[in-house]
Write a protein that binds this ligand. Structure first.
Ligand SMILES: Nc1ncnc2c1ncn2[C@@H]1O[C@H](COP(=O)(O)OP(=O)(O)OP(=O)(O)O)[C@@H](O)[C@H]1O
Ligand SMILES: [Mg+2]
Length: 385
């Protein structure tokens, strides 16, 4: 049975999509609760606040993640396109303010998606929409669409841009905690930006829940710990970034679907199995850290899997001289978290300097233009027939 709040949500969403025909100002005024009082004060002080209905015209729904719905919208004041993200779960609004808005406010970097302000739906205490710069693709959609045109040079550029964003984030002592292709955005100018800070947290050296980070991009130590929380720092984001890097580098693998995750499985054990078979299994009698105890039941199951990393072999199938590519991925996807290199160190990795030269951002823009142009030509010739 739907709760009143859900019905209210459905109604307002229909209005939202159908051009806001209803006079929202006549909506019953809700009591401002404590969370929204904080929100209102903070937002009014720190952000540009817009009335959703007066400022934006919705074009379409772009996508829907686990927590948010994202809409493409035209700002009637400046005629520019923006992305509006609504948090589906009103109970999470405080968390949303604390995390995504608060973190993004601190982050001003060309490789991090820009938050322009907040739009409210009716009353200032009602539903909030975060106003983001509009990005044309997420990396998952982008890789799927342009995989045939992407060379190692382009992939280097994309990986470098993501790394620049990650380095900036880590310098601000922020953990992203959900690095994955769906949370990395690209626009038609070829600019790549980190997005979705809904899981982010300050890195203050403490314990965090072990179920942070989307399963397929979650580092092995989070699966292996027998405890509910575990101490970690920036190396967890580095693992997720390593997964994204390997997925991009293996776009050439025709047996893999461009949308396929590197480490997949229907449960934790399957995913761990996949990780160990690619990256090597931890030596079973080695304790990485006193504060970090491996769940030995998991490890023992992997005695028969080769302990050596297979990354060089896998990449060797697709790259002639793969030493730099391999060492880049291996420095990221170390089973032992302490051995993973930092984003800052990785920025200077020889992979970016080695042959072939890294593309420019303009080169990425050009492949987007070329593919889009040939697509529209195909459409024209189809119509001509
Ligand atoms: N600024 C933007 N411009 C264009 N599309 C965007 C933008 N922000 C998000 N998207 C699209 O919407 C999707 C969901 O956004 P986002 O990841 O921020 O929401 P979420 O619900 O928190 O996601 P998750 O499922 O990862 O928790 C993204 O994967 C992307 O496809
Ligand atoms: Mg997301």
């Amino acid at each position: 049975m739907k709760r009143i709040r859900d019905v209210d949500r459905d109604e307002s969403e229909n209005r939202f999509l159908s051009g806001f025909k209803t006079n929202v100002q006549s909506r019953k005024k809700k009591k401002i609760n404590a969370v929204c009082k904080i929100t209102q004060t903070q937002l009014l002080q720190e952000f540009k606040i817009y009335n959703l209905y007066e400022t934006f015209e919705i074009v379409e729904k772009i996508n829907e993640g686990a927590y948010g719905k994202v809409y493409k919208a035209i700002n009637k004041l400046d005629n520019n396109i923006y992305a509006l993200k609504y948090n589906k779960n009103p109970e999470r609004i405080k968390e949303l303010i604390m995390r995504e808005v608060k973190f993004l406010q601190k982050l001003d970097h060309k490789n991090i998606v820009k938050l322009y302000g907040i739009a409210y739906e009716g009353e200032l205490d009602s539903n909030f929409y975060m106003i983001f710069e509009y990005m044309d693709y997420d990396l998952r959609t982008f890789a799927f669409k342009y995989e045939k045109s992407l060379t190692l040079s382009h992939i280097k550029n994309i990986l470098k841009q993501i790394l620049c964003g990650l380095d900036h984030l880590h310098r601000q002592k922020i953990l992203h905690l959900d690095i994955k292709p769906a949370n990395i955005l690209i626009n038609k100018k070829g600019e790549v930006k980190l997005a979705d800070f809904g899981m982010s947290n300050l890195c203050m050296g403490g314990k965090y829940p072990k179920n942070s980070i989307t399963q397929n991009y979650r580092p092995p130590e989070l699966f292996l710990t027998p405890n509910e929380s575990i101490e970690y720092k920036y190396e967890v984001d580095i693992w997720s970034y390593g997964c994204v890097a390997l997925e991009l580098l293996l776009l050439k693998d025709r047996d893999r679907h461009a949308n396929q995750m590197m480490f997949y499985g229907s449960n934790d054990l399957d995913i761990l199995n996949c990780i160990f078979s690619v990256c090597g299994s931890p030596v079973k009698d080695k304790v990485w850290d006193d504060a970090f105890s491996i769940n030995r039941n998991y490890v023992l199951k992997y005695e028969n899997i080769p302990k050596k990393s297979q990354i060089d072999h896998i990449l060797g199938l697709f790259y002639k001289d793969c030493t730099k590519v391999t060492s880049f991925v291996q420095d990221l996807l170390k089973i032992d978290p302490k051995q993973r290199k930092s984003a800052n160190v990785m920025l200077y990795h020889e992979f970016f300097q080695a042959d072939p030269d890294m593309s420019t951002t303009d080169d990425i823009r050009n492949i987007i233009l070329d593919v889009d142009l040939s697509e529209s030509k195909e459409l024209i010739s189809y119509d001509d027939i």
